[in-house]
Design a protein around this ligand. Structure first.
Ligand code: UN1
Length: 542
């Protein structure tokens, strides 16, 4: 109730009003899978949501495209001020939102709160950025060749008249400057579509929306179909800030819905950029639809991330890192460590120590203090985990720890360690749960080759203290991923860097660094402030 949610909630924020004429869906609690608005228990009950229909979508997009004309004209630092206020509003609701993330998505409370903190950080980052959307000035190389030749012929007369009024400016400019200047101007795109996934139901919105907004774009957001309450709560917070500032509410338009709305966004020519987070399979479909209409895509797709532990590694540090990377968020981060590559000399000790810490992982209600492993997000995720274990076994995987679903009304499974050959097909795929494949290697080259041998290329990490290994790892013959860490887990990236990966991960970069450039269109302007027309490449045309 602190977030303004009721038992049944319209799930579309269209032109400043909540509505919804699509199907009614229930938000399930992954801890017990109960969903009904009419039972009194807080933990078991979440709520129902009315999703968007295509008519809702059309209405929302019309208003959003209109609002874009206004928003893009507001000075960037003023747009930053709006994002600053969004950050402030989020700060006051941090605990409530964090609990809602934990309740609806199933991640443990510290991670739920951490996720909301990530958007607050993004707001702060974007406020600063709003004063730094700078273009550059590029020296022009145009030469006024004919005039120069002319001036050489007249060299002495010019010199003798140098301090004389009679010297024409044309001659002097002809010698000293091309009278052209090149510069880059960054303009907003208009409307940015953001489609996010269940595992980070609000942080990923933050990476995209905070930047998109300061860059002068309106945002159309479709959250994951299974986390509609977070979509609504987040939207309401943004909406209140826009209203307080007398701005068109359609600057931020959002829809709860599934594939139909996602596809509408991908096909919509009013949306020049679509940022999509999800599986490689769906990402490819989105990309094809967006590219068919010459739109731009930012893809943040699957990961299949490895940690390499070298023979000189700090084993304790590495064990703690692997635990967070493989078990955190129940293995449902795109940055989750799925493959552990151990140098043969540390293999035995490492596996023993890891099993010891896995034994201590407290599994249970994600809202309860001390829980490290909450449920998987949906009953289907649990089914996929159980089926996945069978496939792993059929491909020669040996279960070293865990390996089963847990009998309960929720979607709980055991954290699992599997010994397997890097060549097994299953190792190339992303099983979205707490399953860790352990493999042995002898040389650094072999480890890097295994790291790079999967279709995905998001995150990677190596544990070593040796500079020659570190620099090889981050260089051209090292990891082929977008995130290349040393002595930290594969997950838990800071927002200041550009986040994203290569290959089947989609190539997009979101959040920090110069990611903002993707949310704007660059105009390369060449200005002629003289009266001659020197052509580039020295072309003389008539
Ligand atoms: C994701 O799983 O989609 O680096 C994103 C991390 C988080 C983001 C994960 N900051 O693990």
């Amino acid at each position: 109730s602190e977030l303004g949610l009721g038992p049944r909630n319209p799930g579309c924020f269209v032109n400043g009003a909540w509505s919804g004429s699509g199907p009614v869906v229930a938000s399930l609690n992954p801890t017990n899978n109960q969903a009904s608005s009419f039972f009194p228990s807080i933990l078991k009950v979440i709520a129902e949501v009315i999703e968007a229909s295509i008519d809702d979508y059309e209405e929302g997009l019309r208003a959003c495209a209109d609002a874009a004309k206004i928003w893009m004209q507001i000075p960037a630092p003023k747009r930053g001020e709006i994002v600053r206020q969004i950050g402030e509003a989020l700060r006051t609701k941090l605990q409530y939102l964090g609990r809602l993330v934990s309740l609806e998505m199933g991640k443990i409370l510290p991670e739920g709160i951490g996720e909301v903190q990530e958007i607050i950080d993004m707001c702060d980052y974007a406020v600063g950025l709003s004063r730094q959307l700078n273009g550059s000035i590029i020296p022009s190389e145009r030469e006024i060749l004919t005039l120069l030749a002319f001036n050489f012929l007249n060299f002495y007369p010019i010199l003798s008249n140098l301090f004389n009024e009679k010297v024409g400016s044309t001659e002097l400019e002809a010698i000293w400057g091309p009278n052209h200047m090149m510069l880059e101007v960054w303009n907003p795109l208009g409307v940015v579509g953001v489609i996010t996934a269940f595992n980070f139901p609000c942080a990923v919105l933050g990476w995209n929306a905070c930047i998109a907004l300061v860059c002068g774009n309106c945002v159309v957001w479709k959250g994951a179909p299974t986390t509609p309450l977070i979509t609504i709560a987040m939207t309401e917070i943004v909406a209140q800030v826009l209203e307080k500032n007398n701005l068109p509410a359609a600057i931020f338009t959002s829809f709860c819905g599934g594939a139909e709305i996602g596809e509408a966004i991908a096909r919509d020519t009013r949306i020049p950029l679509v940022s999509f987070t999800g599986s490689s399979k769906v990402g490819l479909l989105v990309q094809q639809n967006v590219h068919k209409r010459y739109g731009k895509c930012l893809l943040e797709l699957s990961g299949n991330n490895a940690i390499i532990v070298m023979d000189d590694a700090d084993i304790q540090l590495a064990v703690r890192s692997v635990l967070f990377a493989a078990v955190g968020t129940a293995g449902q981060r795109c940055t989750t460590c799925r493959r552990l590559l151990l140098h043969e000399s540390v293999y035995q000790t490492f596996v023993e120590q890891l099993i010891e810490v896995y034994k201590q992982v407290k599994i249970g209600d994600p809202l309860e203090k001390g829980t490290l492993l909450g449920p998987l997000h949906t009953p289907t995720s649990k089914e996929n985990f159980v089926k996945g274990i069978e496939v792993i076994k059929s491909q020669g995987g040996k279960i070293l720890f865990g390996g089963s679903g847990i009998d309960s009304e929720g979607n709980f499974v055991q954290p699992t360690i599997v010994e397997i050959a890097p060549s097994a097909q299953v190792v190339k795929e992303e099983l979205f749960g707490p399953v860790l494949y352990v493999m042995k290697f002898q040389t650094l080259n072999e480890a890097i080759e295994i790291n790079n041998s999967v279709p995905q290329g998001l995150s990677s990490s190596i544990f070593t203290r040796k500079p020659e290994i570190i620099f090889k790892w981050i260089g051209p013959h090292g990891s082929d991923c977008g995130i290349v860490n040393i002595n930290i887990p594969t997950n838990g990236a800071e927002i200041g860097g550009a986040f994203g990966g290569e290959k089947a991960t989609g190539g997009g970069r979101e959040a920090g660094s110069d990611s903002w450039k993707q949310y704007m269109r660059r105009a390369t302007c060449t200005i002629n402030y003289g009266s001659e027309l020197p052509l580039a490449q020295g072309i003389n045309f008539g």
